[in-house]
Design a protein around this ligand. Sequence first.
Ligand code: 2BA
Length: 108
Amino acid sequence: MKLILAIINNDDTAKASAELNHAGFFVTKLSTTGGFLMVGNTTLLIGTDDNGVDAVKEILHATCARRKHVSSTVNSLGRGLGNNGLPDEVEVGGATVFVLNVEDMTKL
Ligand code: 2BA
C-alpha cells in the first residue's frame, strides 16, 4: 500500500478531488502554505494499493495545470509589504507528488 502526498494549487483542488473520487480513490484535503511564496496551496492525502499509483498520477496530471504565479504585496503579507527578494513571476505546479510506503492501514 502507498500514501500519496500531492501538493497542488487551490484552484485545482475541486476538480482533482472529484476526479479521484470518481475513479474510486479516497482523498483527504489539507490546507497548506508554500514555504517559498507563502501562498496557500492544497495537499491531498491519497491512500491506495500499489497498483493505483499510476492512475492517481494520471488524474493529477490531467487536472492540475502549471501556471505562472505573479507576486504582489497582497501575497507578501507574511513577509511585510516588500517583495523580500522574491522573483516577480514564478512557474508553479501542476502537482508535486510524493509516494510513501505504508506499513499498515486500518479503519477501526
Ligand atoms: P512554494 O514553496 O511556495 O514554491 C512555489 C514555487 O516557487 C515552486 O513551484 C518553484 O517554482 C519556486 N520555488 C520554490 N522553492 C524555491 C527555491 N528554493 N528556489 C527557487 N525557486 C523556488 P513548485 O515547484 O511547483 O512547488 C509548488 C509548491 O509545492 C511549493 O510552494 C511547496 O509548497 C510544494 N513543494 C514543491 N516541492 C517541494 C518539496 N521538494 N518539498 C516540499 N514541498 C514542496
